[in-house]
Design a protein around this ligand. Structure first.
Ligand code: PMP
Length: 368
């Protein structure tokens, strides 16, 4: 039997896709899934009913294409974000991955570059690659933080057309001070760089952590992207969105596929936003479990990156691959993000978190 990759490579596939394997964390069926930063709390019963009712209404009109402008949804998203934003400032797509893809299609492409700061969200280079955009990397300090001056000078020196700032950063969990965003924005002036602050995990930040939404007024090259996949517990519905100057949304209209947001998706998201308080009620509980993980791991003597998100990156492991496998054998799936000595775990429910902490402690106790 020939290797599927070998067979694929016999096709006249684009050169920059040759040899690549598709993105994807392992989807393994075990009792406790703490590997892809999902919200492990289900959608509350009454919100579920509201979504089902809204979807039923949408089904009645499925013979027609959906509202191409998803106006009602954009209005709800603007209201949710606040900060004086209106529907004109909002764009949405099937997950923030697609939102980011739209940005690359409109502002990247052959002969242009995007700059990211690894370790960061692993889709940035893949989205750059699939849109023919060059991908450049800048540096972080040893605690994975970005220093405003260094980062800004890397942005200026590379002349990148698109800059990815992830805050809180996946996989490290740390949020960025706004000073970094504003200095990066100013440093991108010469190249007219589009600066994207990916705030997929913003709702899990410690109170008082500011959002880059505050910086939007007067900055027409700044984009803040968000998702309903995490705090809203709607990863399966696929709805990501961004806030930016209205002309950015106009640029993205040029590259989206017509009717890209189905009537079902729009109805689901609007119903969820109508009940946002109930859906977000679990955020505080998730933050408590996140903080439990931080103190539990610290108590085990493992170095932990401070986290403003629903996951925690921890180090101090001689053989992270073996720890990952042992946890899996114990029914707990977490993520090996490829950083030497480190693993990443998503905050679960109280019980899931307890099982993870106990399993890990029993694994590492003999070695500390
Ligand atoms: N940005 C970051 C930093 C993420 O971690 C993720 C998902 N893991 C996404 C964007 C994409 O999420 P979605 O497409 O579900 O909105």
């Amino acid at each position: 039997m020939t290797d599927p990759l070998e067979r694929l490579n016999r096709l006249p596939i684009r050169e920059n896709l040759r040899g690549l394997r598709p993105y994807g964390a392992p989807q393994i069926d075990v009792p406790i899934l703490l590997n892809v930063n999902e919200n492990t709390h289900g959608v509350p019963e009454d919100v579920r009913s509201a979504i089902v009712e809204a979807v039923e209404g949408a089904v009645a009109g499925l013979n027609r294409y959906p509202d191409r402008e998803f106006t009602v949804l954009r209005e709800h998203l603007a209201t949710y974000l606040g900060h004086g934003l209106t529907a004109d400032n909002i764009w949405a797509a099937n997950g923030s991955n697609e939102v980011l893809q739209h940005v690359l299609l409109a502002f990247g492409g052959p002969g242009r570059t995007a700059l990211g700061f690894p370790p960061t969200y692993s889709m940035y280079p893949l989205l750059a690659g699939s849109t023919g955009t060059g991908y450049l990397t800048g540096s972080r300090d040893e605690s994975f933080d970005l220093d405003a001056r260094t980062t800004a000078s890397e942005v200026a020196a590379t002349g990148a057309n698109i800059v990815f700032l992830c805050s809180p950063n996946n996989p490290t969990g740390t949020a960025l001070p706004l000073e970094v965003v504003s200095e990066v924005y100013d440093a991108g002036e010469a190249a007219q760089a589009i600066v994207i602050v990916d705030e997929a995990y913003a709702e899990f930040s410690h109170s008082g952590t500011p959002s880059a939404l505050e910086l939007l007024p007067g900055r027409e090259r700044l984009i803040v992207s968000r998702t309903m996949s995490k705090a809203f517990a709607l990863a399966g519905a696929r709805l990501g969105y961004l806030a930016a100057a209205p002309e950015i949304a106009d640029a993205l209209r040029l590259v989206r596929l017509p009717y890209h947001l189905s009537a079902i998706t729009q109805a689901t998201a609007v119903a969820a936003l109508t009940h946002s308080a109930k859906l977000l009620a679990n955020v505080d509980e998730i933050k408590r479990q996140r903080d439990r993980i931080v103190s539990g791991l610290t108590g085990m003597g493992l170095p932990v990156a401070p986290s403003d998100s629903n996951f925690v990156l921890f180090g101090g492991l001689d053989d992270p691959g073996a720890v990952w496998q042992d946890l899996l054998d114990a029914g707990v799936l977490i993520r090996d993000v490829g950083i030497p000595g480190h693993l990443r775990v998503t905050a679960g429910t109280q019980e899931e978190t307890t099982t993870f902490l106990k399993a890990l402690e029993s694994l590492i106790r003999p070695r500390v």
